[in-house]
Design a protein around this ligand. Sequence first.
Ligand code: NAP
Length: 309
Amino acid sequence: MALIFHSKIRRDDWWREVLGKYVPDLEVRFYPDVGNPDDIEYALCFAMPHGVLAGFKNLKGIFSLGAGVDHFFADPDFPKHIPFARVVDDELTGRMSEYVLQHVLNHHRYQIDYDLQQKDHIWKERFPPSARNRKVGILGMGALGAGAAERLNYLGFDVAGWSRSPKDVDGVQSFHGKDQLDTFLERTEILVCLLPLTDETTGIINKDLLGKLPEGASVINPGRGPHVVPEDLIAAIDSGHISGATLDVFIEEPLPAEDPLWSHPRIRVTPHVASVASPNRVAQLAAENIKRIEEGKELLNQVDPDRGY
Ligand code: NAP
């Protein structure tokens, strides 16, 4: 049984050893050294060049190295009929929650204003409302959004989430579907995007959506770059309607040196570091799913190709 592995970070010996520890009869090959493509039964990868997966005619399972799967569906030849799983993991959720908490607190406590004041040696106090009077809204209440919402609720924030279907997260108000989006936006002072990237969510943070947030709201995007229309965000900040933004993900990564997002005084940029799954856990999940496929069972964390996430 052979598995093809592909990642931009090469740690071939490590992956061979750890996958071999969990699935002893697995032969691990590293793209582009495929050997005979008909031997390949499993793929563990991220951003595989388009068309490659479709060439493995004996493929039984595809496993993403991360939580997001938009790269796979961007491949016009992606074999949608093959069972496909992504990573859902407490540690990954914990790291994302840290990122969200850090930046929600920064916006809640007006840190961008203080950074600007410090440059000019200005001593000017502005006291935030208490957390229970600060309304945080999370677009996307899946593994990562719900995890962040729970922790924000624990800190006392007034938290709401928006998803496709209703959710029941302790202390978190649930909005769902297109019909409830405006009401969710009208109450949201700090907006966090943890949606997957699909046709429906591409460009969702645009002029129209930003205009529905209350004056002075801020935006945090650790979802995917194309969720945000950058020109609309910059215009909304320059008009004073939006007070600032923190962005972890971008339409083009690395963010090109000349991109205006880098130097905007009210935008904070981080280099796609909000969260990552531990390689050991990824290998464990892949091994568990190989076992499940061999036993004819349903995959853990199976992706629905029709929904696109
Ligand atoms: P998930 O469990 O699949 O959750 C997705 C959530 O979005 C669900 O609540 C879903 O609603 C909602 N949703 C999807 N399409 C929608 C639509 N059209 N309208 C309303 N709600 C919609 O995903 P996850 O594991 O939380 O991950 C979310 C995203 O985070 C990933 O796709 C990836 O892009 C990003 N990510 C970023 C980093 C980073 O380092 N920056 C790291 C990991 C992941 P339902 O629950 O009702 O289906």
